[in-house]
Design a binder for this molecule. Sequence first.
Ligand SMILES: Nc1ncnc2c1ncn2[C@@H]1O[C@H](COP(=O)(O)OP(=O)(O)O)[C@@H](O)[C@H]1O
Ligand SMILES: CC(C)(COP(=O)(O)O)[C@@H](O)C(=O)NCCC(=O)O
Ligand SMILES: [K+]
Length: 254
Amino acid sequence: MSFLAIDIGNTRLKWAVYPDGAEPGSPPEQHGAVFLENIDRLADEDWQNLAPPTRILGSNVAGDAVRRRVEEQMEHWDLAARWVVPSSEAAGVTNGYDHPTRLGADRWVAVIGAHAHARKRGFDGPVLTVMVGTAVTVDALSSSGQFLGGLILPGHGIMLRALEGGTAGLRVPTGEVRDFPTNTSDALTTGGTFAITGAIERMSRLLRQREGREPLLLMTGGAGWKVAPSLDVPHELVEGLIFDGLLAINAARG
Ligand SMILES: Nc1ncnc2c1ncn2[C@@H]1O[C@H](COP(=O)(O)OP(=O)(O)O)[C@@H](O)[C@H]1O
Ligand SMILES: CC(C)(COP(=O)(O)O)[C@@H](O)C(=O)NCCC(=O)O
Ligand SMILES: [K+]
């Protein structure tokens, strides 16, 4: 009996297998990641020797065509995957988005995972969920478990490509984060990093002011480790926040 959790982002598909009844925060038995262009090899490679799962729950923000390509890779299991559609309430979190179903499924699931993390450690204050993937999202959860809203900004790669494409003189190798950059490479790398960390710090301040308590800041996503060293507010990197949210939703559904 096993649970397959799937997180399809705009760059990579991440997957993890858990024993039935696993709780958010527990380690997966197996896990992996593939770039979207390699999805069609999952059945023959990553998933070839996987014991057939008994439940599959996924989050997908890469569109229906990608979802169908992933479902084709599951055909040999004879089990339909379920995909999270953000709703107005799930697993103890209420959704404050104007149109709840228009919220990115990954954001909804990550906020639910972050809520589960906070509750598990006895923290009942506000939580800020940061995902650094293709895009960066910074999402605020109140002490009472209401998703208040959050922001979306370009990730490092998109920022750099936009600057390269829109200018004549900004095609340079990756640089370092510096306090006062003195060359183009460092200026671009620092600009991207400070745009992201500045947005996070501002949201953290806004949430603290609204809730009257220091938020717990949980950060996840493929590029979280690049941002973390430059972030000036206390934070924790949690690798599988989306998987933890999928476990929480699965458990709440029974
Ligand atoms: N091993 C890796 N392979 C690819 N991208 C990585 C890797 N580690 C970090 N990254 C960075 O993470 C970003 C993608 O993160 P990811 O979590 O896969 O995004 P998404 O959830 O949008 O698919 C890339 O823009 C890249 O900068
Ligand atoms: C903001 C996102 C593009 C992030 O995608 P990612 O970086 O995880 O690939 C995704 O959550 C999305 O498509 N959201 C829908 C719009 C919204 O959340 O308002
Ligand atoms: K993501």
